[in-house]
Design a protein. Sequence first.
Length: 267
Amino acid sequence: MTAGAFRAECASCFGLCCVVPAFSKSAEFAINKPALVACPNLGADSRCGIHDRLRPSGFAGCTVYDCFGAGQQVSQVTFGGTDWRSSAVLAEQMFAVFPVMRAVQEVLSYVVEACGWPSSAAVLGELSATRDRLSALAHSDAGSLLTVDVDSLRGSANALLLQASQSRRAGQAACSVDHRGAMLIGTSLRGRDLRGASFRGAQLIGAELRDADLRLADLIGADLRGADLTGADLRDALFLTQSQLDAARGDAAAKLDDRFTPPAHWS
């Protein structure tokens, strides 16, 4: 199981991310949209009518949303390729399953990543068992998915992921720097050596990370919207996602692992 398994394949989804979540009019969304109501830009073919111009149209938030592959999993696996438009009952079930599947896929993606680190040897047995349970859950039926306690699922997996992260970051220059859940909005960390630092769930909105060394920094759940990653070194950053990069600002000088694509809006 690779990182590619957790990337959205919109062509295999029935536009679930354009229906299920609610969003409010803001700098990231041009309109108000209630939950479980289709975005007016969603076509009958499940394609976005303004996909090629989302940012200039005021829908930057759509460009950074990450379903971790839940859309195609629900559409093609859980419901066998049946469009939610075919039945009101089916639509209700599919819409309820989608956020659960998204949570399962997100946690599974982190667990799969941690399983690949040699430093995870001490918890590899538990990580592997968790990976297998989550993978089985992702392939289970709608009824099983709707019984999942998402908070419990996240909590139990997070304890293992934290242990794996600590082992992976041990000995790095900033491994003792703990910014878990910290409010770092607009904070300047320019040029800092942050190798191995923890930014788990940190609010880094608009933060200045230009030329910072973030190798092996734990970025799980960090909010990087508008953060300046110009020239930053993000190689081997832990639990970094493409959507986090898409939400940030940066340039061609930023150093990324090969599995990531520099966002089109980066200079």
